[in-house]
Design a protein around this ligand. Sequence first.
Ligand code: KIV
Ligand code: ZN
Length: 501
Amino acid sequence: MAKEKVFIFDTTLRDGEQAPGASLTPQEKLEVALALEKMRVDIIEAGFPASSPGDFEAVETIAKKIKNSAVCGLARCIKKDIEAASLAVKKAKVPRIHVFLATSKIHLQYKFKKPASEILSIAKKHVRLARRLCGDIEFSPEDATRTSKDFLFKVIEETIKEGARIINIPDTVGYSYPLEFYQLIKDIFNNVPNINKAVVSAHCHDDLGMAVANSLSAVMSGARQVHCTVNGIGERAGNAALEEVVMAIKTRRDVFPGVYTGINTKEIFKVSRLVSALTGFVVPPNKAIVGDNSFRHESGIHQDAVLKERTTYEIMNPKDIGAAGENIVLGKHSGRHALMKRLEKLGLALSKERLDFVFEKFKALADKKKEVFDDDIIALAEEEMKITSEDIQLEEMKFTSGTNITPESFVRIRHKNKELSAVSAGDGPVDACFKAIDKMLKIKPVLINYKLDAVTKGRDALGKVRIELKLKNKYAVGVGSSTDIVESSVKAYLNAVSRLI
Ligand code: KIV
Ligand code: ZN
């Protein structure tokens, strides 16, 4: 039996980027897109061009640069959205527009205040318009899993008639469960007369932790495209994780005998770490496939068995996702080349300039720490990757703090080639430094989140800080690391502030 391909539609740069705090610059989006192309993702949803000039620019740049994956832009059923998406993806080798419109009763009643008949004609009209502008149209009836089936079948049939070539079924609020989603896809195949003219796709959210299970059920039911994101990032609880969907299909060939994906799974680990570094979203250690503990064995019984025969406790080979263990620890005698190779292995290929900076920081760290671990290197690279040429630089900081004294700080920074400095008091040394920065820049962002982690074990560990700030309606994430946690905090604050202003 000839196997059928399940197309992997990656929406890390659109739905993934909708995760609060995950926003990426156009340059960062391009970096991720190139890594997705290398992993052989079939379609890259690069963004929502009408949503902002930055997103338009990102989609357009990605469309021009990507050669081996289709590039897709999202559009509501609004003329200007479709025109923006069409313009942004025009230069792609294989351009696609993804048009969506909610079809569930609850969305019709509260969001649109329009009857179903009107929604149907809006969908038809805009798919027709999109089809005139682009050869490859995907249509999503948003909130499909809470839409009345008869209406859903009708919308699908009519949008296929208007030229939609892919029908994507979103479980927008992550409400469905595997048997139900399986049946829904089956019902679509059995009740939409022209469904053979389209590819059926699944787009599942993880609100009940079933995004991957639902996506796989859809594949069992005949869907041949799956929407997913790297590390499962996305709106609210996230989307189906690409690495889980792909590795489930690969590992359980017995359950999915008739299908395959074209993903080069050896790139999975690298892409996971790249997305984590750029979004600042840490991969939980117990995350399936790409978590640090996924291939670690703690109990003696397990360790012993794995040494005798790996498959006793490992259903996948870490090499298959490009996560083979590395036993050489870098230290102060390691050179620039060794660092570069290790970074590449970790999925963090840096430009020459960035590598120079990371190497400098690495040498400084290696002087303080006996052994520099992969997690240390990742933290240094992440910090560097988040810094742009417009970033405010920390030149100097001093603080006094202790019991029964008011903490005070002095901070000197470089901003747009000007040196600025200020002193301030605060609740603690970190707060005093933040206030000094606010004073210099005449801003008052709200601190939404502050997280400090020791990157590795030991007293000499790097402290990595991740900060989320809000200023008016702008939102930014910053990261910073140092063996001094006040310095990590100040670096992270400046990194986020640079993005805000
Ligand atoms: O979750 C959803 O419904 C979406 C649509 C835009 C497909 O992301
Ligand atoms: Zn979604």
